[in-house]
Design a protein around this ligand. Structure first.
Ligand code: SF4
Length: 390
């Protein structure tokens, strides 16, 4: 400890719950998530029982703390029925203080949801669905190995838009094999026709340990993808959407509250195969990263015996600083300085020189309690993040 690193106290930030549901109909060739092609019947009921045991393990670390949001991610959570989702939610409510009006998101994929099932999920307590459309173009969908085509994408988006959810998101990708500027823009225009309160728009990247990494398809050149992104952004802005995070767009006030909590370096429990969690313990003045066993079968067997963890470690103060900036710098409206000390346990003095350096280089603007990326800081956000490496 020295004067730059002492004198601040960790205070538990808002808490959310992430639930990993790991199965998909088929593994997409670009996917590096912990998702597994379903070979036999999905052991849904056994998995749900194991989730409840898993959550019990987490409870002593979160006693008395309200939960602001729940997110069912995957994998393809929409392979679970509305009745199964309802069972999970009522089990979680029995164990946790989930606040009234909490955002409850379920990820769904076209081709795995029947026409009326969104209203079933809504009745089960889901108030936000994130639909993995990726493209409305048959050729693009085939090129990235999705199980659905244009017709299923349109039908799912239409029934989601009419299901009376409080909010929903459409996921779109760009920079796809053989994609032109026109088809990328057409995808955004088609998506906007459903008036989504939220839209995620991200570039296809070739991640290690994927089929595409081993056998790369031919992708648009960087400058072509850059142009696509710019042209799509123009259409999204013209429709009144705000690019509040690197890949996320929303109407005013329709940001994803669950993801905002990650990006603001809040706390989250992660349950289910391979899920990650981050929890602040004020009494011990520590922040812990907790990671579940990755393979669904191994995780289920271990969770049933109350031992779902693969790894637990303390996040040291320098790593907290990096993670804090890495996450908050994803947000266009900037970094809330007031969050820094209570989420990292360090005083502002610990980073003030590095912040001044970023301001000097024209990457950040200081505006009262906010540090806002400038246009060039937003474009070269990695450059700012590097300043905060441990
Ligand atoms: S549907 Fe989503 S989670 Fe499943 S394999 Fe494809 S990209 Fe991965």
């Amino acid at each position: 400890m020295n004067s730059a690193t002492e004198g601040a106290t960790l205070t538990p930030p808002p808490l959310s719950l992430y639930v990993h549901l790991p199965w998909c109909v088929r593994k997409c060739p670009y996917c590096d998530f912990n998702s597994h092609a379903l070979k036999n019947e999905m052991p849904a009921e056994r998995y749900i029982d194991a989730l409840m045991r898993d959550l019990e393990v987490e409870l002593p670390l979160v006693w008395g703390r309200p939960v602001q949001s729940v997110f069912f991610g995957g994998g393809t959570p929409s392979l679970f029925s509305a009745a199964q989702v309802e069972r999970m939610l009522s089990g979680f409510r029995g164990l946790l203080d989930i606040v009234p009006g909490a955002e409850v998101t379920l990820e769904a994929n076209p081709g795995t949801v029947e026409r009326d099932s969104f209203s079933g999920y809504r009745d089960a307590g889901v108030n936000r669905v994130s639909l993995g459309v990726q493209s409305f173009d048959d050729r693009m969908l085939e090129a990235i190995g999705r199980i659905h085509g244009r017709a299923e994408a349109r039908q799912a988006a239409e029934s989601l838009a009419g299901a009376g959810m409080e909010s929903f998101n459409l996921d779109l990708m760009f920079g796809l094999p053989g994609q032109s500027l026109e088809t990328a823009v057409a995808d955004v225009q088609t998506a906007l026709a459903y008036s989504p309160p939220h839209l995620s728009h991200y570039q296809l990247t070739l991640e290690p340990n994927t089929c595409f990494h081993a056998r790369p398809p031919s992708l648009p050149a960087d400058d072509e993808s850059w142009e696509m992104q710019g042209a799509c952004a123009d259409h999204l802005e013209a429709a009144g959407m705000v690019n509040y995070e690197i890949s996320a767009w929303s109407g005013p006030g329709r940001e994803c509250r669950h993801n905002l909590n990650y990006w603001r370096y809040g706390d989250f429990m992660g349950i289910g195969a391979g899920a990650h969690g981050k929890l602040t313990e004020a009494s011990a003045q520590t922040v812990r990263r907790r990671i579940r066993i990755r393979h669904p079968r191994n995780w289920m067997e271990s969770a049933e015996h109350g031992m779902p963890l693969a790894q637990e470690r303390e996040i040291n103060p320098q790593d907290r600083v990096f993670e804090f900036f890495l996450n908050q710098l994803r947000l266009r409206h900037g970094i809330r300085k007031a969050d820094f000390s209570n989420r990292t346990g360090l005083p502002w003095l610990a980073v003030s020189e590095r912040v001044e350096e970023a301001v000097r280089r024209g990457l950040l603007d200081e505006r009262e309690d906010l540090l806002v990326p400038t246009e060039s800081g937003w474009r070269f956000v990695n450059e700012i993040q590097q300043l905060f490496l441990p």
